[in-house]
Design a binder for this molecule. Structure first.
Ligand SMILES: NC(=O)c1ccc[n+]([C@@H]2O[C@H](COP(=O)([O-])OP(=O)(O)OC[C@H]3O[C@@H](n4cnc5c(N)ncnc54)[C@H](OP(=O)(O)O)[C@@H]3O)[C@@H](O)[C@H]2O)c1
Length: 429
């Protein structure tokens, strides 16, 4: 049969049902280009493995996109995953999410704790609870995946405490969290390979210079504020802080005189199809969503899946060479790369940023503490007034019933008197 077909090809040429070879070539070339592009844009897979069993990992943003894919991979490897979420742990959706993660991975050591990164008080409450534990709790990793991104054309958003939204969630909250957790990180035994994984974004390259002196009382208020500038600036600040935090850890003299065993690793996961990116691309509009769906094939080809974007984060957690030598390295596509901006390593800039952030937090926390104290006082006053009003009402109703009782008695008294007189009269008869 094949021989007959080949002979007919030789003598008669291609059969009429055979597709046009030129078109076939075009289709094959297109599919090959698409496959090659997809393979390239998907990035590298994490080649490193490390026993994660029982390691305690704090992760922010573990409910969506790259953070969710990272949390899943960690739970699959048996790590104790503590998801820091803005919702309380009792939130029905979160309960279902945690249950699902436990069921899918067969790992019961997945928990959620509430930390709203848009609220400095919430960050402080969680972090102080964590470090108040005696003896210090085991902590192997802190992974900072949460981020806020206002879509292009969006308005400047401030947190309830009045801080610029992206500055707060992407930088200040992480600064605050790591600042308070610092004693817990430094207290880990020397044989523990502790890592602080800080996802960043190549948009930091386009950030305006971080002129901290120009920073407003509560974040950036400059007239040139745009979502892209604010996001890039928050990521640049996060990177400068991450490098400075490594120096802060290294400067610590351990009681056992051994070198610091905690390392910061910066990670650029690359562009991925996450809910955050979708909101950014669609500008949060229905028309945008429609266009997104129409061009989904293009998005699928050009952007990584969250699982592939998580590979560089997993590499940062598991690669043994990153657990030795200097910390503060940047990882992209599962390999170490250089930072594209020199000011990321600028110590003066880092010092200014650190001091300005400390001041900002102190000011906001004082204002909020005063507000809370005032609100508590007012609430106490309202409660007292309500209690007094209830007491007055109770006394009034008591007086009312006494009066009613007396009035009834007074009404019944003549009747009783008449009856008595009647019976007395009858007795006389
Ligand atoms: N996606 C990309 O293309 C890309 C590219 C480069 C770098 N990155 C970086 O990778 C990381 C993950 O990005 P992603 O796109 O996967 O993020 P995402 O899908 O937008 O998810 C953001 C996460 O942050 C959490 N979050 C936001 N505000 C919070 C708050 N106030 N308190 C607590 N949690 C809060 C969200 O919680 P809810 O679930 O409650 O909303 C969500 O889990 C980010 O640091 C991002 O900058 C991403």
């Amino acid at each position: 049969m094949p021989l007959a077909f080949v002979t007919s090809l030789y003598f008669d040429g291609l059969p009429p049902w055979f597709p046009d070879p030129y078109r076939l070539l075009k289709v094959t070339a297109t599919l090959t280009t698409l496959a090659a592009t997809k393979w390239y844009t998907s990035g590298r897979r994490n080649p490193s493995e490390r026993n994660m069993h029982g390691r305690v990992v704090l992760i922010t943003g573990g409910t969506s996109g790259i953070g969710a894919a990272t949390a899943l991979a960690l739970a699959q490897r048996g790590a104790q995953v503590v998801l820091l979420t803005r919702q309380p742990a009792s939130d029905p959706f979160l309960v279902e999410y945690v249950d699902d993660l436990r069921r899918r991975t067969g790992n019961q050591l997945v928990y959620a704790e509430q930390v709203d990164l848009a609220d400095l008080y919430s960050v402080r409450q969680f972090a102080t609870r964590w470090i108040d534990n005696a003896p210090p709790r085991r902590l192997d990793m802190v992974v900072l995946c949460a981020s806020a991104m206002v879509p292009p054309g969006g308005e400047r958003v401030a947190t309830p405490e009045g801080v610029e939204g992206m500055w707060m969630v992407n930088f200040l909250a992480n600064f605050h969290l790591l600042g308070i957790l610092s004693p817990a990180i430094r207290a880990q035994p020397f044989d523990r390979d502790v890592r602080i994984v800080v996802p960043t974004c190549s948009s930091y390259i386009a950030s305006p210079k971080l002129d901290v002196e120009a920073m407003g009382r509560k974040g950036w208020l400059d007239e040139e504020w745009t979502p892209a500038r604010a996001y890039a600036r928050s990521k640049l600040a996060l990177m400068i802080f991450a490098k400075a935090y490594q120096k802060h850890l290294d400067a610590y003299k351990r009681p056992d005189q051994l070198p610091m065993n905690a390392r910061v690793v910066l990670v650029d996961p690359g562009l991925a199809r996450t809910p955050g990116t979708r909101r950014w691309l669609t500008r949060g509009s229905l028309w945008g969503l429609l266009l997104y769906l129409v061009f989904y094939l293009l998005v699928w080809v050009l952007l990584k899946s969250p699982t592939m974007a998580a590979q560089s984060l997993l590499y940062a957690m598991m690669e043994s060479s990153l657990g030795r030598g200097a910390g503060g390295r940047l990882v992209k596509e599962c390999m170490e790369v250089d930072c594209a901006r020199k000011d990321v390593d600028d110590e003066d800039e880092a010092k200014k940023l650190w001091e300005a952030s400390d001041k900002l937090i102190e000011r906001v926390e004082k204002e909020q503490a005063l507000k809370r104290a005032r609100a508590k006082k007012e609430q106490e006053k309202r409660d007292e007034e309500a209690k007094n009003a209830a007491q007055v009402e109770e006394i009034e109703s008591l007086i009312g019933s006494i009066k009613k009782g007396k009035a009834k008695e007074a009404k019944e008294a003549p009747k009783k008197g008449g009856k008595k007189a009647k019976t007395a009269g009858n007795n006389v008869k």
